[in-house]
Structure formats: C-alpha cells, structure tokens
Ligand binder design. Sequence first.
Ligand code: AHR
Length: 510
Amino acid sequence: MNKNRSLLVLFLLLFTGTLSAQNSINLNAAEARTTISKEIYGHFAEHLGRCIYGGIYVGEDSDIPNIQGYREDVMGALKDMHIPLLRWPGGCFADTYHWKDGIGPKHERPSIVNVNWGGVTEDNSFGTHEFLNFCELIDAEPYVNINVGSGTVQEASEWVEYVTSSNVSPMTDLRKKNGREKPWDVKFWGIGNENWGCGGNMTPEYYADLYNRFATYCHGDLYRIAGGPNVDDYNWMDVLMQKTTRHRQLVQGVSLHYYTFTTSWGNKGSATDFGEKEWFSVLNRTLRMDELITKHSAIMDKYDPEKKIGLIVDEWGDWFNVEEGTNPGFLYQQNTLRDALVAGINLNIFNNHADRVKMANIAQMVNVLQSVILTKEDQMVLTPTYFVFKMYAVHQDAQLLPMHIDCEDYELDGNKVPAISASASLKDGKVSITLCNLNPEKAEKLDINLTGLNLTTASGQIITSQNMNDYNDFDQDERVNLQNFNVKKPKDGKLSLELPAKSVVLVQLQ
Ligand code: AHR
C-alpha cells in the first residue's frame, strides 16, 4: 500500500468506524491447466455397522424395494449425486478380509467375526461379485483394498487375476463358474490400509518392503495405492516414497488419512449438540487438511517432481461420538449444517491441490461417520453433506481455475480462520465457483474478478439453514438441502455478491 492510500485507510477507520469488509477473488482463464480428477468426489463403504448391510444391501428377499438385493432408494440417490468412485471393503476390515470367503453360492460362504467393528457376525453375503456389480449399476469406478496385514501375496495376486484377467486360468475359470464371464474393469487397487495401525502395526521400512513384494505380484495395468501416513507422520511418507519409488512402475498413488474431531481422538464431541465454540474448532481443524497436503506433497516432490504419483486422501471427514443408544462399534452419527461446511471446505482444498490430489474418499457412504445417506429400515435421509457432493459435482473432470483470494478473518475467542473457503473450475465454457462462508453470524460481501472470459449470465445454488446444528431426520421435513441462490449478472468482468452466514454456495457463470 502506498503512503497516500495508507493515510486514506487510516482516515476512514478513524472517522467512519469500521470499514466494510472487502473480500475478493481473482480468476484468470489463462491459468486453467490442471484437471480436477472426478475421483476426488469418491466415497468409501466398509463392512462396518450398517454401511453395507441395511445401508446398501438388503438381499433380494427383503420387503425394502431393491434391485438384485441393492436398495433402490440408495442407488437412485447415489446416481443423482453423480458418485464417481467407491472404495471397499475397508478400512481396518480390509486387512482381516479373505476374499474367497465372499464368492460362490451364498449358503456355502463361511461366516466370520468382524473383529474391528462390534464383533458382529459377517456372513459374507456381500462379496466381490456383489460389490463390483453394484458399482456397475450405479456407474461408479470400483476401488478395491487388498489385505496385507493378515493376507498372503498369493491371495492378493489371485484376487487381481480373478477380477481383471481375460486369460484362461484357474482363477478366471472360478469366476466364470460363479456366473461372471467377462472380467470387471478395476483399475484402482489399495495394497493395505493403515499399516501403521490396525493394518499390522508396522514400521514404514517394513511396510514399504512388503508393499513392493505385494505390488510386484498384482499384475496388470493397475493404479496401485500404497498405504500412506496417518495425519502428519511425515517420516512415514518419506520412507515409503524413498523405498517404493526405486521400483517406479509399482506405485501410482499413496494414501493419506485425516479425520476431524471436535477437539481430539479422546474428545470427539457431539454431532448435533454444539455451540459456536465447537463449530469454530471443527472448521479450524478441517482447514488443517491444506497444511497436511502441502507438507506431504513437498516430500513426494523430492522423489516424484513430475507429480506422477497421486496423493489419495482415501479417508476423510468428521468423526463424532456415536448417537445415543446405538452400538459404539457401528460409528453411526447424525450430520448437520456444520458437516456441510466441513465437506465444502475439504473439497475446495482438494480441488485447489488437483495437481497432486488425484482421489479422495469421504468416510463413509451410508450410516457410518460423515455419511451422505442415512437409512432406518425402509426410510432414507439425505444429509447436508449429500447436498454438498451434489452441488460440487460440477467440478468433476473440469479444469481448475487457480484461486487468488483475499478475505477477512472469522474470529472467535482470539482465534482466527479465513472467513471464506473457495475453489473454481472451468468446463465447457462455464465457470463454477464453490464458496463457503465459515462465519455463522455474518454475511460476507465478495467481489469476483474474471480475466480472459466474457461471461454474461449467472446462476446460483445455496445450502444453509436457520441454525448451525440443523439436520435432516427420519419422519421430518427436510431442513437442509439445495436451494436456488439469486446472483446478479457479471458486469465488465466483475461479479459482486453477498454470501449469507454459515452457507455453502455455488455460482456458475457463462
Ligand atoms: O472409517 C473408519 C476407520 O477409520 C477405518 O476402518 C480405518 O481405516 C480408519 O481408522
């Protein structure tokens, strides 16, 4: 700021009280170079609580309307949301899962105990065929997670062959005998999950060697994903990158897991009963995703400067206390407007890091943690998070417009976060800008300046509600959903708007 402008600002502050907030975003079409992978909008379904059984799959004999045993209502909602990808069978469950238990005639499949999640009996009626056929029906890419913790290399190798091979072999004969002639098209394979924890409590050195061994025998043109670090374990990332990239063809992606609690693992907080202090804390912790991605990417750059290896955030989202009266091992939680903000902020962060983040999977799709769908017997509820995914689908496979943002802070008790989170993309001549106003009390005025685009029309959508902890529930009218949002036409390359307090907004310009 030059001296004269500084004096003017000072004068205005002294004689007019507070200056009205000025937030601005600058976008330049010439900077659109990176594609936002549609897989950033991926989901995760584990054999955990009522995610698979009851949430997705009820069996053909169920009274709940279904197609081949899959819930009709859930399938319809997922298609409307444009789900691009689904990860399965876990999570911690993956490193206990032996895939041959889940193929063949259902009455012959053995039952196992789900040791991670409530000790319930798993009858294996939803297995490889049921998962892959489900993905075909909802038009989502499958992402299969292999068992490294308690599985063998042979088991992993045979699973890949059973699913993807068109050769004549014992595994492909078995697949055909089980009713599937053609292979499925499965590109994404995770090799282990959280191998620093539930996936074997390994050191990064030991896991990296094991990864190389497993990956060597998973044949084909696959996108292999190594089990990456927990949150800020930068040493894990460094060791893994160093040891796996020696055999560059074996690794295409590395995962990262980061969940948001209200304050800590020991104090996850309530999903619905909270005030502004907890609202702020959760949003502040969500913003940490940007720092984690930046720092992990910098380590990846050392070994992969061309950014060929994707950072795969295959577990993220809010993790709160389970709802009262539900099984603590089932991780069932409600989902409020605060979760919508958490989803919107995370997705903006992933978009803005599209050069390195190639996939992300919110945990989990139905009835577990930050779900987009909740079910109770034959009823279904779409959560605020669902509407964010539906709104943000416009970014899938669009060109990222790098964000130059200048915004004021949202402050609480001496702590600050930027009041606005945003990302933008360009597709078929249309600019889509997604915006979150984190401040629950104050609307934010915003100017968007567009360079290199002659845009004349504008439309908008909004997700907001009267209270920060409003949610959708069974036997109630939907409180939080997508509504139209009026936006003035852009003029001379500039659009001015006001973002209502605690809202997620989409603006589209053409
Ligand atoms: O999503 C629930 C669990 O969280 C997953 O099984 C595990 O990978 C993570 O710790």
